[in-house]
Design a binder for this molecule. Structure first.
Ligand code: FAD
Ligand code: AMP
Length: 476
């Protein structure tokens, strides 16, 4: 007999596990199908984000940043350290402990909320009187489960390039690049996007000579141009990341001694020799073996499940959320879609505003933004005013010796509504939250300008940027 549920979620990444929890909170009998296995062969919840994405990358970014602080940054504070060493195995063990704590935490939340974890790969196979049927194939014989509503949260996987076979030893995607056993002397990275920059930064800080090959002629095209220009200067200047724009990748040869990448830049053939190569050219939605064809679920030309603004697919009571649907491939975007869909299934009204999703790149300094960039506003012909304020003259930033970067606020020229906020600073990921709240409440730059910000704090720079929109920054 098939097990029956009100809701079955396929995939326990941040989108899926949050959807399952919210559905259970709303009184629905919920289950979540998840097939992830750790390298030790144990089942694990949490998806890409917890196992090989957001969480382990941030653990390594912190460890490597601490190493850089000790070896290069503390001197200005009068702290000199000699003989600082990096124990990569210990750094990795710490990362793995964090991952285990977080993934086990989701197991606990599932138990607490009475959510059944159906261990194995889920495939949509058809419909019965009880609803949609899903076959779950784990280590034992396949079983069938049924539910009135299905939420697909199967996420994404690294995009690979033809002719560049990823073995996660010499040529790696995010999985291998988060688990190097030692610091490579020469690291090549294909793709200077968010993931490439974060992974490249980790290994550069620990001593690797990093070369990044980016196909596009512009750097960080999705960010505000003034931010990407400032970031370019810092990353390629002081940090010595060798980033080659407009690089067309040719033949890649991997052998025991490392990798040779042939590429063309400005019409000239070049070669990159490196010990390890990371391929970070974006991610593709994951619908492998999902059984979309068995039930007639629509998938678009790029492989994403087609959904409307409320994450409804073309099939009644089948929803899809997270990386497997349109919109930014970010954990928090998927989580909010998970909450929305569970509430919609429960008959509530819910929505997610894709216009106020914050973006963060966890480099040093960090880059964060929400809303429109200046170039987008220009293209759209939206009249705007811009206010910008640097961290160089902020007391807290000076105390921290982290004065690089600025906050830029863009507001509508007539209504003064905030249209975008762009931050480059060591703590940009935390500072952006104020801007997100302001934009969700459709605040004006004047609202932020009139709000008291603690002194001395980095948030004063956001305050000054808001004042600068009206040309009345006080400390400049
Ligand atoms: P996923 O996390 O990919 O989870 C999908 C799950 O579904 C997986 O566990 C998979 O095993 C399972 N699954 C798939 N198909 C089936 C099936 N048929 N049956 C059973 N189970 C199935 N985002 C951020 O917001 N902040 C960050 O700092 C950040 N850093 C990142 C760093 C790296 C290195 C990477 C690779 C990504 C990062 N991301 C970050 C992106 C983030 O990881 C994704 O946006 C997020 O994981 C998407 O969540 P999801 O639930 O949609 O899918
Ligand atoms: P992101 O989507 O932020 O993870 O970034 C992926 C990056 O990889 C983007 O900057 C892309 O332009 C870049 N990219 C995609 N395909 C290639 C390619 N074939 N060679 C080099 N860079 C690429």
């Amino acid at each position: 007999m098939a097990q029956t549920f009100d809701v079955i979620v396929i995939g326990a990444g941040p989108a899926g596990y949050i959807a399952a929890i919210r559905a259970a909170q709303l009184g629905m009998k919920s289950a979540c199908v998840e097939s992830w296995k750790t390298p030790q062969g144990e089942g694990a919840l949490g998806g890409t984000c917890l196992n090989v994405g957001c969480i382990p990358s941030k653990a390594l970014l912190e460890s490597s940043e601490n190493y850089e602080r000790v070896t290069r940054k503390f001197e200005s504070h009068g702290i000199s350290v000699s003989g600082a060493k990096m124990d990569v195995a210990r750094m990795m063990a710490r990362k793995e402990a964090i991952v285990a704590k977080m993934t086990k935490g989701i197991e606990y939340l599932f138990k607490k909320n009475g959510i059944a974890w159906l261990r194995g790969h889920g495939t949509l196979i058809g419909k019965s009187a009880n609803g949609w049927q899903i076959e779950v194939k784990g280590d034992g014989p396949a079983e069938t489960a049924e539910a009135k509503a299905v939420i697909i949260a199967t996420g994404s996987k690294a995009r690979h390039l033809p002719g560049i076979p990823v073995d996660n030893e010499t040529i790696c995607d995010n999985v291998g690049a988060l688990a190097f056993k030692e610091v490579p002397k020469r690291l090549g990275v294909i793709g200077a996007g968010v993931i490439g920059l974060e992974l490249g930064s980790v290994w550069r800080r620990l001593g690797a000579q990093v070369t990044m090959l980016e196909a596009l002629p512009v750097f960080l095209g999705a960010a505000d141009e003034s931010v990407s220009k400032a970031a370019w200067k810092i990353f390629t200047g002081r940090q010595q990341l060798d980033i080659r724009l407009g690089a067309q990748i040719g033949k890649v040869d991997a052998g025991k001694k490392g990798v040779t990448v042939e590429f063309e830049q400005d019409g000239k053939g070049q070669r990159l020799e490196c010990d390890k190569l990371v391929v970070a050219v974006g991610r593709v939605p994951n619908t492998d073996g999902l059984g979309a064809e068995n039930v007639g679920l629509k998938i678009d030309a790029r492989g994403f499940i087609e959904v409307d603004a409320h994450c409804r697919s073309n099939l009644h009571n089948i929803f899809a959320i997270g990386d497997v649907v349109r919109g930014p491939m970010l954990a928090h975007k998927g989580e909010e879609e998970g909450v929305m869909v569970a509430e919609l299934i429960a008959g509530q009204k819910a929505h997610v505003n894709l216009d106020t999703i914050p973006w963060v790149i966890y480099t040093s300094p960090e880059i964060a933004w929400v809303g429109r960039t200046e170039q987008q506003l220009k293209e759209e012909g939206t009249p705007y005013r811009a206010g910008q304020f640097p961290f160089t003259i902020n007391g807290r930033a000076l105390g921290q010796d982290e004065t690089e970067g600025f906050v830029k606020m863009l507001a509508h020229a007539k209504t003064d509504e905030i249209l975008g906020v762009h931050i480059i600073n060591t703590h940009a990921s935390e500072l952006i939250a104020e801007a997100v709240v302001a934009m969700e409440f459709r605040a004006c730059s004047e609202d932020i300008a009139r709000i008291v910000h603690a002194h001395p704090s980095l948030s004063e720079v956001l305050h000054e940027a808001a004042l600068a929109v009206d040309n009345r920054a006080l400390n400049m």
